[in-house]
Design a protein around this ligand. Structure first.
Ligand code: AMP
Ligand code: MG
Length: 327
């Protein structure tokens, strides 16, 4: 049975979460990106429980969340560019993939046996919990493997209705899509996953050029598998004229578009604000999916800024379901 605790009315929320982490349990908690299913990153059995609950393949590495630069540096090697990026964007929606220190206590299940580690410092109660806990916390999105990431506590409760799970309710996530992931290698910066922190911002803060991960990157970063974040409904992208009877995810004021025949319409941002659209993306997909839509049409989303990340997630959600390596 899930226990949902409102962090704004329950002063003991963080302490309860820390106690559960100490016992090697998973706890669902809000971050600025999406809700995470958190466990002690140094405890192999606790991390195994994350994979078990999500039904996620073991070889998919997880992000280790930290509460300070000191904690990050105890587990990963930070060169000058990594330092600049951490200084510019932490705490915040940026994950840095750096060389793992040989003496790091982060379990191999978290890094999938790689010699690199993905580190991020989140904002809010999850940050405070990790600081109290004193160790990094692995926290992939709190959904069953292959499904849309949760941006509210109710989404998480829906995913794990049959599990014993403490869920901290901090309201809807501010950003709404997963963190930007950048690999900091000695000779280059590679964008592995687009997010709220854009490639242009990374280049400006680091002083280095940022390469886009090529098609082969799916091997280095399994989270990039084509089919990911999948709803039950079929998704059709870049739709200008919604066919009659389809569900529609709109963007903007609808000028020059046909929406009248849509069976239901949810607008990511009537004002055309991409940040608002990112925050609403998963909740809108989930709502139309839950209402039984067979076909969800999505209006064109500009590629600018966080729009690149929105389009990345939409493409994965629309990809054929020919593999089950999704998380
Ligand atoms: P999440 O599901 O948000 O925890 O994101 C996990 C994703 O982070 C993985 O699927 C990878 O894409 C990426 N990742 C984590 N660790 C590494 C790593 N050591 N090297 C490359 N990518 C990583
Ligand atoms: Mg996920």
């Amino acid at each position: 049975m899930v226990t949902v605790v409102d962090i704004n009315t329950e002063p003991e929320s963080a302490a309860r979460a820390v106690a559960a982490l100490e016992r090697g349990e998973c706890v669902a908690m809000p971050t600025e990106t999406v809700y995470g299913l958190a466990a002690d990153a140094t405890n192999g059995r606790a991390v195994a429980r994350i994979f078990e609950m999500k039904g996620r393949p073991r070889f998919n590495p997880l992000i280790a969340h930290v509460a300070s630069l000191d904690m990050a540096e105890a587990h990963g090697t930070f060169d000058e560019r990594a330092m600049r990026l951490a200084a510019a964007f932490w705490p915040g929606p940026l994950t840095l993939v750096v060389a793992k220190r040989p003496d790091s206590a982060i379990h191999d299940l978290v890094t999938a046996g790689l010699d690199t580690v993905a580190l991020r410092m989140p904002v809010g109660i999850t940050h405070d919990i990790i600081a109290d806990f004193g160790r990094p916390v692995a926290a992939p999105s709190a959904n069953r493997s292959g499904r849309v990431s949760p941006t509210t506590a109710a989404h998480v409760a829906g995913e794990f209705a049959d599990s014993d799970l403490l869920i901290l309710d901090g309201g809807p996530c501010r950003v709404g899509i997963e963190s930007t992931i950048v690999r900091v290698a000695p000779d280059r910066l590679t964008l592995l996953r687009p997010g709220a922190v854009t490639a242009e911002e990374l280049a400006a803060a680091s002083g280095a050029r940022v390469e886009m991960a090529g098609p082969g990157a799916a091997v280095a970063a399994p989270g990039m598998l084509a089919s990911h974040y999948a709803p039950r409904a079929r998704l059709r992208l870049d739709v200008e004229d919604c066919p009659d009877g389809a569900a529609l995810i709109a963007f903007g004021d609808g000028h020059g578009r046909r929406r009248n025949g849509a069976a239901s319409v949810l607008n990511l941002s009537p004002a055309g604000d991409l940040r608002e659209a990112a925050a609403n993306l998963y909740a809108h997909i989930k709502a139309l999916d839950a209402a039984g839509a067979r076909l969800i049409c999505v209006e064109p989303i500009p590629q600018a800024g966080i729009g690149a990340a929105i389009n990345d997630r939409l493409r994965r959600a629309a990809a054929p379901r020919d593999c089950d390596e999704r998380a």
